[in-house]
Design a protein around this ligand. Sequence first.
Ligand code: SF4
Length: 186
Amino acid sequence: FAEISLKDIDQVAKSSFPLCMRHLFEKLREDHHLKHGGRMQFGLFLKGVGLKLDDALAFWKSEFSRKVGAERFDKEYAYGIRHNYGKEGKRTDYTPYSCQKIISSTPGVGDHHGCPFRHFSEENLRAALGKMGVGNRPMEDVMDKVRNRHYQLACTLTFEAVHGSSCDAGINHPNQYFIDSQKLLQ
Ligand code: SF4
């Protein structure tokens, strides 16, 4: 997949981000901050969708500087972003997290990473799905999968409801969700 630019990010988030990443994006915009787990999960996802390092730095800085100031961002947070892109430390080119890894994570108080199908309360999940445009019937099918702990199937049904199209391969990676969505929209 090619790349997305900063100016398109709101639009592609609305059309093609899976629920876990919409949630992180929304919280980042609301709080102008994300804790470490959220920065990793969302930052690596954005790298995976093709956000270039310079754009990623500008993106995170525009939010974080509203909370901690530009100077503290440069000092404390820019390193982590360059690190994710393999520009610091061991220079490992880190790969975005799979659904399995996200589902098995254990977000604590104040964390917004994780998989909403696994980690949200039923009430919050229903509200979030409603906001994505999932109707009543598919919503019950999704909740049924969640009750049976089939979180990725719940996400697959959500994809299908939102896009009005089947997703035969199933969802196993947030970046795959994004790519499959973009393919349908192009
Ligand atoms: Fe994200 Fe995967 Fe959970 Fe879907 S199933 S919300 S893509 S972690």
